[in-house]
Design a binder for this molecule. Structure first.
Ligand code: PLP
Length: 287
């Protein structure tokens, strides 16, 4: 497998970063995960815009221009195997001479890009779809979850807690008893004809998949789409609960805190939304 590290395409086994890298020492950096279908990165402009936002928020200058990122992605996607792949990129503040919270001036950011094969279907055959299980748990993260920072310790602990409770995902609840998002996903609920998802802002990551789901639904007169706070109680009483992310796409949650969501089956609004999502992807893939 080839990776891109600091301007070079090299074997993953040969890709080495100093222990003094501030990513290693302080988790001082940002990242993106971008799916690519048939070697075409999906919603890549949106991902690169979010990368710009994350980097400027933590005051790292983006080391590559958008066109340069795209060239790196193309080359890795062509060299590595997998009909569909997921691109992982991370930028850290760079290698510092000593371990000091304060960053020295003039560091060269460390840039890593790699890809992994992605098992993903582009059709509308949902016969294989099974509901996921989730738990709710207290959101233990910091106040800038809108930055896609590589510091993921709380997310890791939340995900591990879900695993140990026999669940696939942890849905996070803030101190006011409201849903923020999943440990690595955004959350939607359906109740009657309303589809609701927490608003973008500092407590959540503005998901690219979340934005696309909203795009696909917002002008549909059959549904009322709301970006609003959702309470834990509403989550438990919802007809449908979905989680979204670039690699999971839209997943129906059918068991929440060991109780069925709605009637416990994958819901009709999910089927409708997931079909639109698949059609949108197919359209791009065949252009
Ligand atoms: N929220 C968190 C905390 C995430 O880590 C992710 C992605 O992994 C998402 C939401 C979903 O974002 P996207 O749809 O851009 O993948």
């Amino acid at each position: 497998t080839q990776v891109y590290l600091n301007g070079h395409f090299i074997n993953q086994q040969d890709a080495m970063v100093s222990v003094m890298d501030r990513g290693f020492m302080f988790a001082d950096g940002a990242y993106e995960v971008i799916p690519a279908f048939y070697q075409v990165p999906f919603r890549v402009r949106q991902h690169l815009a979010r990368l710009d936002f994350s980097l400027s928020s933590i005051r790292i200058e983006n080391p590559l221009k958008h066109e340069e990122w795209l060239r790196v992605f193309d080359q890795l996607l062509a060299q590595n195997s997998g009909e569909h792949q997921s691109i992982y990129l991370q930028v850290t503040r760079g290698v510092a001479p000593d371990r000091n919270h304060l960053w020295p001036k003039g560091l060269e950011p460390t840039v890593l890009v790699m890809t992994t094969p992605l098992q993903m279907k582009l059709d509308e055959d949902f016969s294989h779809v099974q509901g996921m299980t989730a738990i709710t748990t207290e959101d233990l993260r910091w106040k800038r979850c809108d930055i896609k920072a590589i510091a993921l310790l709380p997310n890791v602990l939340h995900r591990q807690r879900a695993e140990e409770a026999g669940a696939d995902e942890a849905i996070l609840i803030n101190e006011q008893g409201q849903v923020t998002e999943g440990s690595s996903s955004n959350v939607f609920i359906v109740k009657g004809n309303e589809i609701a998802t927490p608003p973008k802002g500092m407590p959540i990551l503005g998901g690219i998949t979340r934005d696309l789901v909203i795009e696909l639904l917002q002008f549909d007169v059959n549904y009322q789409l709301s970006e609003r706070m959702v309470s834990q109680d509403e989550l438990h009483k919802a007809d449908e609960v979905w989680i979204t992310s670039s690699t999971k796409e839209i997943c129906p949650v059918t068991i929440l805190d060991k109780q069925p969501v709605g009637d416990g089956k994958v819901g009709p609004v999910w089927y409708e939304t997931a079909s639109r999502y698949q059609r949108y992807k197919q359209q791009l893939a065949t252009e």
